[in-house]
Write a protein that binds this ligand. Structure first.
Ligand SMILES: [Fe+2]
Length: 463
């Protein structure tokens, strides 16, 4: 009996230790309403007044250093003006840039007239106003260009993924807009409209999504990553060209970084070097994406841009039972590079929940040595899954148990995050859940830069 008691005490202690090592699974209890899309007559989808008025206005960064902006919009009824009129604040001298126009068809759907126009040679840290449209349907917006690229330039990025167009999506966007940190640009980790969940991939839902997000996208750039819901591959209705609606509607500056496809590219913004990768393009050895990334990583000058951030859609480290190990083949190909080049953080989406890892790597395995466990590695990035934008597919609530030791925090709630770079050594990262007030921080971490301050920044070591 005495021995049994001692055995039970030891077992209990081992159990407690295992829980301590496994990071935190939030016990936050959320509302479990079904996630449904907003109906077509919702106010967030309403048309701007006037015949053929420009709609779905959005901007993204236009060149590597942030001195250009790509403006895009749609006129629904007929071709209109492809001109963008723009001028810096406090001047009256207006400039004009001419864009291009395109349309596309998808099964029985024909798009409106989609314009995209790159405005170049902009001054840094300057507020610009711009107009699109003709006569009484002219619409005016503004944006602020980023500061010059440099090592200690502070900058605040928002992080949103898998947004969709549900009531929860609207809450996520509203929370981001009201975040007291005030993001200057959004790093979007893929899955935009979820139009492909509708019969025949009803592309009307691409239009409604464009009108829904215009209230933010017309005023600050979103940096795009392609997700699986951008593939829109539908051979049963004759649509065999992947990414057709996405590439027609959301232009990215991929050629500026030597990329040959819009699905992988890089930009610099303030003190950050951002590399966008494609989980849904070939990434094996000898492929265009592989060769591009192999050439790209050595180009990152951490003296100019200390923060190396990578975006992708399908996460490599994911302890939910949804999309489990889907990112594994890409991890096998690229993880040694991420460790070699000391990537600070990798943001992914796809799993409709939130998770943050410790700094870990799993690169020792070579088929025969059996060394296939993630290990703590201070040269490795933190992996963050932020696919909790709120789309109609709902939350991923089912987690693998026990929580792996590398998983620092996980919670099945909708929300968004901010990456607030202070200088070359420190960045403040915070995740917000939609049920809280705008300023409430649900998970947070001080990032120490891997090049300039590579000391242990783990949050569970001292918890
Ligand atoms: Fe996805």
């Amino acid at each position: 009996m005495g021995r049994l008691f001692v055995f039970l005490v030891i077992l209990l202690n081992v159990g407690v230790m295992m829980r301590c090592n496994g990071g935190k699974t939030s016990v936050y209890v959320r509302q479990v309403d079904k996630t449904i899309d907003m109906p077509l007559d919702s106010d967030v989808f309403c048309l701007p007044p006037g015949y053929n008025a420009p709609q779905q206005v959005h901007i993204t960064q236009g060149v590597i250093d942030g001195t250009a902006v790509i403006v895009s919009w749609v006129t629904p009824d007929e071709p209109g003006s492809s001109l963008v009129v723009y001028w810096p604040e406090n001047t009256t001298k207006k400039k004009v840039a001419e864009g291009k126009l395109r349309t596309y068809t998808f099964f029985k759907y024909t798009s409106g007239f989609i314009y995209y126009c790159t405005i170049r040679k902009l001054e840094h840290s300057t507020k610009y106003y711009y107009e699109v449209g003709i006569g009484n349907t002219t619409r005016e917006f503004w944006f602020i260009t980023p500061p010059p690229v440099g090592p200690d330039v502070p900058y605040t990025f928002g992080l949103i993924g898998d947004l969709g167009q549900s009531y929860d999506s609207n809450r996520t966007l509203t929370h981001y807009e009201n975040n007291p940190l005030k993001g200057g640009a959004v790093l979007f980790v893929g899955d935009l409209s979820y139009a492909d969940n509708y019969p025949n991939h009803d592309n009307v839902r691409w239009d409604t999504w464009g009108r829904f997000v215009e209230r933010n996208l017309a005023y600050q750039p979103w940096i795009w990553t392609a997700g699986n819901h951008e593939i829109d591959f539908a051979p049963e209705i004759g649509e065999t060209k992947p990414f057709k609606p996405y590439t027609n509607r959301y232009h990215v500056p991929y050629k500026a970084s030597g990329s040959t496809e819009p699905f992988w590219y890089s930009i610099k913004r303030a003190s950050a070097y951002i590399i966008v990768l494609s989980s849904y393009s070939a990434y094996g050895k000898y492929t265009p994406q592989y060769k591009w990334l192999e050439d790209e990583l050595p180009k990152v000058n951490r003296t100019e841009t200390p923060w190396l951030i990578i975006l992708m859609h399908s996460p490599w480290y994911n302890s939910y039972n949804y999309h489990y190990m889907e990112g594994e083949t890409m991890r096998v190909m690229y993880e040694p590079w991420f460790v070699q080049y000391k990537v600070d953080v990798v943001f992914a989406g796809h799993v409709h929940a939130y998770e943050r890892s410790e700094r870990i790597s799993n690169v020792a395995y070579n088929i025969i040595n059996g060394q296939c466990n993630p290990i703590v590695d201070q040269s490795a990035p933190v992996y963050i899954t932020i696919g909790d934008g709120g789309n109609l597919e709902g939350l991923a609530t089912n987690m693998t148990e026990p929580q792996p030791s590398y998983s620092a925090y996980r919670e099945a709630s909708f929300g968004h995050a901010m990456f607030d770079i202070k200088n070359r050594t420190h960045a403040y990262y915070v995740w917000h859940r939609n049920q809280d007030g705008y300023a409430v921080e649900a998970d947070k971490m001080w990032f120490f830069n891997r090049h300039w301050h590579p000391v242990d920044d783990s949050t569970t070591a001292d918890s």
